[in-house]
Design a protein around this ligand. Structure first.
Ligand code: SF4
Length: 489
């Protein structure tokens, strides 16, 4: 019997990439590959790269080089790049990085097993020439679903098995294999983006916005709950647009209560909301549906009107503050996080002060700050008024300091609150989890003062008794919650 082929997936970037890695893992396992955790134990190390900004690209290249160092010492024979950076640069990346034995784009995902086998056998896979993926689907959102069959959409793999293979009852298995046993998992709601933010290159390689069918999202969620997942996070480039290509721009409002009713699930979280597309009905559902976290991942990016217009975005400080007031009037404990870019071309000292005014008034739970840098192929890269690198760095440091101070203050405001904590890790450092206002990876966490009787995946009601920067320290109240109606609160 031939020796089994082994493969490891190393995932960089955001939660969308994690979903894509689990889809690739599902495809590879279905084709007989053994998945291993450690790249050193794998015949092929597949690095799922991020192509967002320079720092993310550098991390991806470092991971590829690290995997390449394993070759010749043990089992690892090939290193393959997939993911956003691989899609975005294709053959240019292959030329610049000969250490990678293969560079695969999204169009290769359906045949990932064959591609890896070719590369492992010493064959050559010619990397693709990158193309603008927005052109793969019709301009009119209403026509996109019909054309989607011929377009590779990572994370949208069909949920139904072919006839004859599907189980007679219960959730049908998606083309996905969990790569860890974490009680939280992301689920793709849609892909791509129709917005035209002048600084962002992502739509050119992730394509136009297209929603997944609600039945696929529900079936995958049921399957994840069967695997022991307690919290799902809905991800896409823009969740507020969900349903616009399915004839119902309010589809998220009807889907969320259905997801919240999936057996075994304790919490549903929505990420990536566009402030310009927020609507009263969506705020209502996010703040009033049992098990749906009142959590608002609002991508503000700036608050000075002139900078926002140059970014091709909408809004201003006062409108954003009003939006936050509306949310908190309905759910005072709601969590809010956002990202910001400082040092954008043309940003003045007065613009920066306006952003600081917003940050001081917004009481955000988590803040990501990035210094502007040119991304090739974007409109902003062609702008006049670029600020010198040292000015961008100084503004980044200044706003980052303020952000750190403000999220610590916001954490202190939560002293005395009752939070519902999903336990995610128990080790010698303590028992850690996250409350409804904290998303995985990007936000703070909660340290529980006692782990008695707790296990990973339990939902615990706890009182906030201390803070450590953005993180909370909380004391479990009597009895752990399980399947509580209140879990998302
Ligand atoms: S979607 Fe964006 S952040 Fe996520 S992996 Fe791709 S480039 Fe990176």
């Amino acid at each position: 019997m031939p020796e089994r082929r082994t493969v490891a997936l190393v995932t960089l970037g955001c939660a969308r990439n994690e979903v894509d890695s689990e889809e690739l893992a599902g495809r590879l396992e279905a084709d007989g590959w053994d998945l291993v955790e450690d790249a050193a134990d794998a015949d092929v190390a597949v690095v799922n790269t991020c192509g967002f900004v320079d720092a993310a690209k550098k991390d991806s290249v470092d991971a590829l080089l690290e995997a390449n160092d394993l070759k010749g010492h043990g089992r690892t024979q090939a290193v393959v790049a997939v993911g956003c950076m691989a899609e975005r640069y294709g053959k240019d990346l292959a030329e610049a990085l000969p250490e990678a034995d293969g560079v695969l784009g999204f169009d290769d995902y359906a045949d990932i097993s064959d591609r890896l086998q070719t590369i492992l056998s010493g064959g050559i896979h010619a990397a693709h020439t990158p193309r603008d993926r927005r052109k793969l689907l019709p301009i009119s959102p209403a026509e996109r679903q019909e054309s989607a069959a011929g377009v590779a959409l990572p994370g949208h793999a069909p949920v139904d098995l072919p006839d004859g293979l599907a189980p007679a009852s219960g959730p049908r298995a998606p083309l996905r294999r969990r790569l860890d046993g974490a009680p939280v998992a992301s689920v793709k709601l849609a892909s791509g983006c129709d917005r035209r933010c002048s600084f962002c290159a992502i739509p050119s390689f992730r394509g136009s916005f297209i929603s997944r069918r609600p039945s696929d999202v529900l079936n995958e969620t049921r399957w994840l709950a069967e695997q022991g997942v307690k919290e799902i996070m809905l991800v896409s480039e823009n969740n507020t647009s969900y349903g616009k290509d399915l004839g119902d721009i309010r589809l998220l409002e009807s889907l969320l209560p259905e997801l919240a009713e999936v057996d075994g699930l304790e919490r549903v979280r929505v990420s990536y909301l566009q402030p310009a597309e927020m609507r009263p009905g969506l705020i209502d559902v996010l703040t009033s549906t049992p098990k749906v976290a009142p959590y608002f991942d609002l991508s503000f990016q700036h608050s000075a009107p002139d900078v926002l217009r140059a970014m091709r975005r909408f809004g201003d400080t006062d409108r954003f503050l009003e939006l936050l007031d509306t949310i908190r009037a309905k759910a005072p404990q709601a969590g809010v996080r956002s990202n910001f870019i400082v040092g954008f071309p043309g940003e003045t000292e007065a613009d920066l002060a306006e952003l600081e005014r917003f940050l001081n008034g917004a009481r955000l739970d988590a803040i990501g700050v990035f210094g502007y840098s040119d991304e090739e192929g974007t409109e902003a890269a062609t702008y006049d008024g670029k600020l010198p690198e040292d000015v961008v760095a100084e503004r980044l440091a200044r706003v980052s300091r303020l952000a750190e101070e403000l999220v610590s203050q916001r954490a202190e405001e939560r002293l005395g609150e009752t939070v519902h904590v999903l336990v995610e890790s128990i080790d010698e450092d303590g028992v850690y989890g996250r409350g409804a206002h904290q998303a995985p990876e990007t936000d703070g966490q909660v340290l529980l003062t006692s782990g008695a009787g707790l296990s990973i995946g339990r939902m615990v009601e706890a009182k906030v008794v201390g803070t450590e920067g953005v993180d909370l320290v909380a004391e479990p109240l009597d009895g752990a919650l399980s399947c509580s109606e209140e879990a998302g609160r």
